[in-house]
Design a protein around this ligand. Structure first.
Ligand code: PAF
Length: 276
């Protein structure tokens, strides 16, 4: 496994291996990332993983500084997973000058997570486009836990005619249902015990919709109330269309229930799809 820090060295290495598939990450790798790598590996001769904590996608009051950085442990996991190239640039390598050209992800960036985290999806889309231009993969894999991010990046690839297939992978969960996330590391012991409630309530909402309930607003309010009752501060619980995250209309049959809620100081997100 080659660990590469500069764009020049990366390009030189990948000239020998143009058939590559890419998994962008911010490190602090868990089973969810390894699953993305397992999906990636059979698709190309060379699997490239990037580790870069992207300041551009964090708000000024967010956790950029305390975001867990575990480079050595990450590399050990990537080696075990059979990754070929790790790209681990520093900030100057990715942003040698102020990033004045950015990717504005349509109106998707102003709803749900975008409404609470202004500029977040612009930061994600911009760094992912830059990383795509550095790695030149034919495919890239993202996890559906970040549902809105998946949609932003799929739309970006389509609308900007990128020659890259975006592949979306199912969320990996702990045995108690909690979606795996680097931010789970912030949870105190009692919070970790409480955290699976988010997925339990989303599953209950999904089951109600699948069973024929169409009172989406009442379902959203029920989940919010239940979370608040157990000490959570919900940002949103929303039943939306899978295709564009707009509110469902009469005939829509592919829906997703999205949640973002704070437990103590930790903001957790999760979602479940439901097809009617
Ligand atoms: O999902 C993430 O870890 C990040 O948003 C990504 C896609 C690596 C961009 O920084």
């Amino acid at each position: 496994m080659d660990i590469i820090h500069s764009v020049a060295a990366l390009r030189e290495r990948l000239q020998r291996e143009p058939n590559n598939v890419f998994v962008p990450t911010m490190g602090n790798l868990h089973r969810g990332h390894i699953e993305l790598i397992n999906i990636a590996k059979p698709r190309a001769a060379c699997t490239v993983v990037s580790i870069f904590v992207n300041r551009l996608q964090f708000g000024p009051k967010e956790d950029f500084d305390r975001y867990p950085r575990t480079f050595e442990a990450d590399c050990a996991k990537l080696r075990d997973a059979g990754v070929d190239v790790v790209f681990a640039p520093d900030e100057r390598e990715i942003y040698p000058e102020p990033q004045t050209f950015v990717v504005e992800p349509s109106d998707l960036q102003h709803v749900l997570d975008g409404a609470v985290r202004p500029g977040h999806f612009r930061g994600v889309a911009t760094v992912v486009l830059k990383l795509f231009n550095m790695v030149s993969p034919h495919s890239a894999i993202f996890g559906k836990k970040d549902y809105q991010q998946c949609l932003v990046l799929t739309n970006m690839a389509r609308q900007l005619s990128l020659p890259i297939e975006i592949i979306l992978a199912e969320t990996v969960r702990a045995t108690d249902g909690l979606a795996l996330s680097s931010r789970n590391a912030y949870l105190a012991v009692d919070e970790r015990k409480e955290a699976p409630r988010l997925y339990q309530l989303l599953s209950k909402a999904r089951d109600a919709i699948a069973a024929g309930s169409r009172g989406y607003q009442a379902i959203e309010l029920d989940v919010m109330a239940e979370l608040a009752h157990h000490g959570w501060k919900p940002d949103h619980i929303a039943v939306r269309r899978q295709s564009d995250l707009k509110e469902p209309q009469g005939g829509d049959d592919k829906l997703v229930v999205l949640a973002a809620a704070r437990l103590g100081k930790t903001r957790l997100i999760d979602n479940v799809e439901v097809t009617l």
